[in-house]
Structure formats: structure tokens, C-alpha cells
Design a protein around this ligand. Sequence first.
Ligand code: FES
Length: 106
Amino acid sequence: MAADRVICINNNVTYSALRKAMCIGVRSVEEIKKATGVCDDCSGCKTEIPKILASVCGCRNVLLKDVVDAVKAGADTVEKVGSVTGAGLDCGRCKVLIENIIELGY
Ligand code: FES
């Protein structure tokens, strides 16, 4: 399953662990190191983590910046964010992250 692939080779941290951390407010490399134990040094960390942190919805290729902009413009529900950005309209796996972005505002 793609969601369970290992991103940090040195510390065996998976994609789903990184996404779960983002769903509770983790947004930066330093924060994700503390929250998940990624090494931030292996090839997986160097190539994948910046992309993962920047992305909200893989189905529609919606970036964190796009969702934050939508929230700042007044989208205060997952449905409103979806209508503006397209995020959350397919598989729905990104909805928890969208809710967290709405709650935190970033
Ligand atoms: S990841 Fe956002 S709808 Fe599938």
C-alpha cells in the first residue's frame, strides 16, 4: 500500500506516520523530526519530506499553500476548502489534515 511506504530509511518512518503528524499540526522539517523521529539525512528524507510537507491532497495535487490561502479567504469547512481547491473531493484521506489546517489557520 502506497500510504505505508518507508520514507526515512535510517529510522524506518513511514509515509502514514508523517501524514498523521501533519494532521496534528506538524508543518516544518524540525517539527516532523521531533514528532516522528525521521533522521532528515537519508535520501528518503531529503527527497520526500519537503514534498510531503508541502502537499495536502495527492488526488488533486493541492498544496498546503493553496489550502491555507483558501482558509484565509474564508473557507471554514472541509467542503468549502474542497469547492475552492478541489482538495478532499476524491478519496477523502486528506480531510483530517484539511480540518487541522482550518483549526490552526496554517
Ligand atoms: S488525498 Fe485528497 S481526496 Fe484523496
